[in-house]
Design a protein around this ligand. Sequence first.
Ligand code: MN
Length: 252
Amino acid sequence: MLTGKCVDTHCHLDLYPAPAHIVQEINRIGLHVIAVTNAPFVFQATQALAGDSGSIHPSIGLHPELVKSHGTQLSMLLERLQDIRFVGEVGLDYSEKIEHERRQQRKVFESILQKCQELGDKIVSIHSRRAVSDVIDMVGFGFRGTAILHWFAGTEKQLAAAHRNGLFFSINPAMVLSNSGRRLIAAMHPSRVLTETDGPFIDIDGKAALPSNVEIVIKHLANLWNTSEEEVIERIYGNFLRATDKPHRESP
Ligand code: MN
């Protein structure tokens, strides 16, 4: 049961083969979608794709795995931050054990975080594969905006550290389908939980995940929190409003 209160805080709209159809579907339901991008030069096209939809939020990003090839676009991103509130996908990815690349990623991420901290009120969707501790340390405590850990896959200890630093967590269907993901979701404070799909990168029954697939996460949370799907939708929507509230307020 999807309503205009459902949210997908991490979706790569621009990477679907026929994104206009997805946009139509989002607008029909009224879903709130953060349309992340992987490099600054594709932001404008994503903005055009979102059109005048009030519920699609184009987000400017520089994916850590693209820092190597597109790192020179950092200045473009930093300039645009003045008038763009949504930032992502950004972060760190330590899948490759190449120290100078990791260092370059940290430099880029640090510059972005610094600018966000300076301007305040940014909503940042963060990738942290195999780099959770560094990401949490770099965001730090008292970030002047909202930091969302997308697809968190760290330890329970790291999860506790993320809670202490005030971070949000966006949960996707792949996390719900894995044992380790479910264990972590159960340890997340409900007031910090958001829903996402990471579409089209996540596969659901052989098909690229769509924003409407947040329903899978909603169903799981209803079971976990022992409440109705309607109540889960209300809570997540409440979290989303708090996460995107202006000016930013501290969450419990
Ligand atoms: Mn992603």
